[in-house]
Design a binder for this molecule. Structure first.
Ligand code: CA
Ligand code: CA
Ligand code: CA
Length: 133
């Protein structure tokens, strides 16, 4: 999966740019405890032309800075996005519970609870990857 695939996975409406909600979902999926003011601050930094959306060039520039050449393991990203019903970039317990019915994968509730490292009741993407392995 490339940076472009990552970008597209969070471009929910497929219009080629990430609006605040889409970009916020991407940030939350890869960070822990990111509140709305932090999302806005990062967005203000990334959105170079200040049009309120993050386009791919803007994303690429910032991803190089923050992610570097090393992309995280993205092979479960499509499943993660499919389960994230409210598209906020995190899997709540009820969203994660859909894992069994959607992917035919039984999930031990204890493993689910253990995967939620910071105990906020949500799984971000790295926590989800651990659960799937
Ligand atoms: Ca969009
Ligand atoms: Ca922009
Ligand atoms: Ca969610």
């Amino acid at each position: 999966m490339s940076l472009r695939d990552l970008f597209n996975a969070f471009d929910t409406d497929g219009n080629g740019t990430l609006d605040r909600a889409e970009f916020g979902a991407l940030l939350r999926a890869f960070s822990t405890d990111l509140d709305e003011p932090s999302v806005l601050a990062i967005m203000a930094d990334v959105d170079r032309d200040r049009n309120g959306c993050v386009d791919f060039a803007e994303f690429e520039a910032v991803a190089a800075k923050h992610i570097g050449a090393e992309l995280p393991d993205l092979r479960y990203l499509a499943d993660f996005r499919a389960l994230d019903a409210d598209r906020n970039g995190l899997l709540s317990q009820s969203e994660a519970a859909e894992l069994a019915s959607r992917l035919g994968r039984a999930v031990d509730p204890n493993r689910l609870a253990a995967a939620d490292k910071n105990g906020d009741g949500n799984l971000n993407y790295p926590e989800f990857v651990q659960l799937m392995q």
